[in-house]
Design a binder for this molecule. Structure first.
Ligand SMILES: [Ca+2]
Ligand SMILES: [Ca+2]
Ligand SMILES: [Ca+2]
Ligand SMILES: [Ca+2]
Length: 317
């Protein structure tokens, strides 16, 4: 399972433009458009096809993380062990330039059987962007099987982490198109980060495995979610820190007054010496009353803040 995987007939599903942070979400429930049986053709999902026809993956009720259904990869008796099985999500329209988080709950019942993977790719670029491999074996030499590997170019790099057999844990992949950085989390812990090595966009998720499952082995997935990361334009700015030096002090009085008087000016007025970037953020550090911007209503709370200065590095309350 080393390469790029494509749906032969991935159905494009239009996702309405929205300010909501969640771009795509499914728990594989009836309410999501799924019913028990083969995944192929359900709710915009397709599967790897071949001869004999893939009867996997399936929607199952055996082991949901939440709700009553989930996505399952299990042994298909009439497939060779090395044959791949997998499901392709619908095309997910992610706003240009948005930071993206892809998360999915993964529960592989045992180690030393099949290999599983979560891949994200760009159908428009025709490239694989991220590939997380849940290896059946011990790849990093610590004598514990079930290593989690991340593809980095031609290499699969052990992250130093193993998956927990028989328990649902959340895999999350963060992608920042501004820096082309990919960061991976398992059970809330960062396990790997690197720059992109192939695709530089994401519009599809693939959940797959080979056919080396042991008897009764299952690979279960639930709660696939694709969301644009929340971005706080005021991150890094302190309410009341009008000169952006990281501290709220009496030295902020003059620049604060200049901002109140000249708040509509796009460029810093004469006498404002903290620079353009700090001036551009006046709606952040100037919003002492937290009503969403700088106005005269911020003066009184700013004055009150100076009476009892915040601890160094802290904003006005
Ligand atoms: Ca579910
Ligand atoms: Ca290991
Ligand atoms: Ca300051
Ligand atoms: Ca305000």
């Amino acid at each position: 399972m080393r390469g790029l995987f494509w749906a032969t007939a991935a159905a494009a599903v239009a996702v309405a433009a929205s300010h909501a942070a969640i771009i795509y979400q499914t728990g594989f429930e009836t309410s999501d458009g799924f019913s028990v049986g083969v995944v192929e053709g359900q709710a915009g999902w397709t599967s790897i096809t071949g001869t004999p026809a893939r009867l996997q993956p399936v929607i199952s009720t055996a082991n949901p993380r939440t709700g009553s259904q989930h996505f399952r990869l299990a042994k298909q008796a009439n497939l060779t062990n090395g044959a791949l099985k997998g499901g392709f999500s619908p095309i997910i329209n992610i706003p240009a330039g948005a930071r993206v988080s892809i998360s999915v709950d993964v529960n592989i019942s045992v180690t030393d059987g099949a290999e599983y993977a979560v891949a994200v790719q760009s159908s428009t670029q025709g490239l694989l962007t991220a590939f997380v491999d849940f290896s059946f074996q011990d790849d990093d030499g610590d004598l514990i099987s079930g290593d989690i590997l991340v593809q980095d170019g031609v290499a699969f790099v052990p992250t130093g982490f193993e998956f927990v057999p028989g328990q649902y844990k959340t895999l999350r992949i963060d992608f920042d198109p501004a820096t082309n950085q990919l960061t991976y989390f398992y059970d809330g812990m960062q396990i790997f980060t690197h720059g992109t090595w192939s695709g530089t966009a994401i519009d599809q998720v693939v959940l797959l495995s080979d056919n080396f499952q042991l008897p009764n082995e299952t690979g279960d997935f639930d709660n696939l979610r694709v969301e644009t990361a929340t971005t706080d334009p005021c991150a890094g700015f302190l309410a009341g820190d009008a000169n952006c030096d990281g501290f709220v002090t009496n030295f902020d009085i003059d620049p604060f007054v200049l901002a109140v008087v000249n708040f509509a000016e796009p460029n810093p007025p004469a006498g404002y010496s903290a620079g353009q970037a700090c001036w551009d953020a006046r709606g952040c550090w100037g919003d002492v009353n937290r009503d969403g911007g700088l106005s005269n209503f911020d003066i009184d709370p700013f004055v009150a803040c100076l009476v009892v200065l915040p601890q160094p590095g802290q904003p006005c309350p």
